[in-house]
Design a protein around this ligand. Structure first.
Ligand SMILES: CC(=O)SCCNC(=O)CCNC(=O)[C@H](O)C(C)(C)COP(=O)(O)OP(=O)(O)OC[C@H]1O[C@@H](n2cnc3c(N)ncnc32)[C@H](O)[C@@H]1OP(=O)(O)O
Ligand SMILES: CC(=O)C(=O)O
Ligand SMILES: [Mg+2]
Length: 356
């Protein structure tokens, strides 16, 4: 573990200075594609116009005999594509795999200047981040990169969850953490075979009303991921990095996907993964605050003046703390609106309406 005094020092001679702040850029959806799949690769230039993050996936979902093709495909796509404002990320293979060393060496050397974030799967503890941190510094120095690459961990092992706070603070390169519900379920020996989402068996039931234990008892399905997401959000917030919900595997069920994404948004996540083009607009909608919420938050801030004291607005008490809550919504809205004129217009229209 580095001492606080040298936490921000480069880990190799000639490597760029590690970041002190995580850049504020929209990342409502991290859209996964297989760079070795020609059909998906052909869609990348168009997807770059409608996604915040495009991620070339090299790990799970890429067949073992297609790993090299996926890596080479990502290099060609990165070199040939103008991504505009869209970030390019990658998910490399796991640290115990036969592919990861070549993934990192090739990608940093060939396209290190085009990549924003490298996602590391199956992170168990801070030691995994320390290993990647040093290796990236060596490779950045050799490639002559001037900007540091950022690192994103997937929370998908029981020990990763137990160590999530130290993972989040393991390096100044840490950009964020995503929930990995499939591997995490397997690692914990949970008995769900779904990729994210709920389970009809995980429920609470109202008390019996009479002698018949089956009569009139409503059940409510619970969120299997609440504990992990909440813990991840706290670990990220305390370290100034960003939390994300991961994949929702039932592509057809766009309704439940939206619900799962919204739970994560309300709990503090800034985005989620999209595995299929149909999930891109769901994430965009859910992870952009609604115009009504933004208008309300702007109104509270305006009416609270210097942000101290207590006032009543439409029957609801507002004080210093609720102003801070409103600032969270407004800051996010302003960040997103800065690159999205349509959203900016919707926020302004709702604000005018609430003022009239
Ligand atoms: C647990 C985890 O690790 S999750 C992360 C790893 N998993 C992934 O990355 C999966 C990514 N997604 C996929 O592989 C695919 O979307 C699948 C396999 C789920 C479904 O693929 P398909 O059966 O081809 O879906 P579908 O027929 O609806 O696709 C429609 C079109 O969208 C394309 N498409 C599907 N998914 C994507 C994608 N993620 N990005 C770009 N294009 C896509 C298809 O190639 C197809 O193109 P076409 O119209 O030119 O034929
Ligand atoms: C996201 C991921 O990798 C998982 O759920 O296993
Ligand atoms: Mg996984």
């Amino acid at each position: 573990m580095r001492s606080p005094k040298d936490f921000f020092a480069p880990l190799a001679v000639g490597a760029p200075q590690p970041p002190r702040q995580i850049p504020v850029r929209p990342s409502r959806m991290i859209h996964f594609f297989d760079p070795g799949n020609e059909k998906m690769a052909a869609k990348v230039p168009d997807l770059a116009k409608k996604t915040d993050v495009l991620l070339g996936n090299l790990e799970d979902a890429v067949r073992a005999d297609r790993k090299e093709a996926a890596r080479a495909g990502l290099v060609s796509i990165a070199k040939a594509t103008d991504f505009g404002r869209t970030q390019l990320w990658t998910r490399v293979n796991s640290l115990d795999s036969p592919w990861v060393l070549d993934d990192l060496i090739t990608l940093v050397t060939e396209i290190g200047d085009k990549l924003d974030v490298i996602m590391i799967p199956k992170v168990e503890g801070a030691q995994d981040i320390h290993y990647v941190d040093r290796l990236l510094a060596q490779l950045e120095a050799r490639a002559g990169l001037t900007e540091p690459l950022l690192v994103h961990a997937i929370l998908e092992t029981a020990s990763g969850v137990a160590n999530v706070e130290e993972i989040a603070g393991a390096s100044p390169r840490m950009q964020g953490i995503s929930l990995g519900p499939a591997d995490l379920a397997a690692s914990r020996r949970m008995k769900t075979t779904r990729v994210g989402g709920g389970h009809p068996g995980y429920l609470v039931r109202t008390d019996p009303v009479g002698e018949d234990l089956n009569e009139g008892r409503t059940t409510y399905q619970q969120d299997l991921w609440h504990y992990t997401v909440a813990r991840m959000v706290d670990a990220c917030a305390m370290n100034g990095i960003l939390p994300y919900y991961g994949p929702f595997g039932d592509i057809r069920d766009v309704v439940a996907c939206e619900d799962q994404f919204r739970n994560a948004f309300l709990l503090g996540c800034v985005g989620a993964w999209s595995l299929h083009p149909v999930q891109i607009d769901i994430a965009k909608k859910v992870f952009s605050p609604s115009p009504a919420d933004v208008a309300w938050a702007r109104r509270v801030i305006a009416e609270m003046g210097d942000g101290t004291g207590a006032v009543m607005i439409d029957g609801k008490m507002q004080d210093d703390a609720s102003v801070k809550q409103c600032r969270v919504v407004v800051e996010l809205a302003d960040e997103l609106a800065a690159t999205d004129p349509e959203l900016a217009a919707a926020y302004d229209a709702a604000t005018k309406e609430i003022q009239s």
